[in-house]
Design a protein around this ligand. Structure first.
Ligand code: SF4
Ligand code: SF4
Length: 163
């Protein structure tokens, strides 16, 4: 898995123009059954890809924390919200709460998330490949294929499936 992760930025760069064209076309004329197709491709891919062998998203990007996430996770640690923010978070250029440091401080050496049950919504949803109206997040997906091997494979499968 580590070799795949190491090669991913280059592979994604090589595919960038092709992917950009594909998503532009998809946005223009999304197939009627796109939600269904994405669900299927997502499930097929995650039968093969084990996130516990990867954790590259937790190591390299980290999530945005919504106010609800912050409250829920602070409560989990029995901390005051502000105390949790001071200890773990910072505000980024877009005014969102993000982690102070990467890899994520809640990631264990075994790649398990120590706050799995209460993890941020963005972590639960990453890489967003099973979301509805997938064509609407093409810019985000163009970035995610360089981070997430599963997202890379799903986009490759999409290009074969959707002509
Ligand atoms: S979601 Fe993607 S990047 Fe994150 S652990 Fe799973 S395969 Fe790796
Ligand atoms: S909170 Fe958990 S799932 Fe989210 S980035 Fe950290 S370790 Fe990964």
């Amino acid at each position: 898995m580590q070799d795949i992760i190491n090669n991913l930025p280059k592979l994604a760069k090589d595919k960038h123009n092709e992917n950009k064209k594909f998503f532009a076309k998809l946005k223009n004329k999304p197939p009627k059954d796109l939600d269904y197709t994405m669900q299927e491709l997502h499930e097929e891919e995650f039968k093969r890809t084990d996130c516990l062998e990867c954790a590259n998203c937790c190591k390299t990007t980290g999530p945005l924390f919504t106010d609800k996430d912050v409250d829920r996770i602070a409560k989990h640690f029995r901390m005051k919200t502000q105390q949790f923010i001071n200890q773990y978070l910072r505000v980024d250029e877009e005014n969102d709460y993000v982690l102070q440091s990467l890899p994520c401080t809640f990631l264990g050496a075994d790649n398990y998330c120590s706050i799995y049950e209460v993890r941020p919504k963005a972590c639960r949803e990453f890489p967003h490949t099973d979301r509805k109206k997938f064509q609407q997040i093409s810019n985000l997906t163009l970035k995610n294929v360089a981070i997430c091997p599963a997202a890379f494979n799903i986009v490759e499968a999409m290009k074969k499936r959707i002509k």
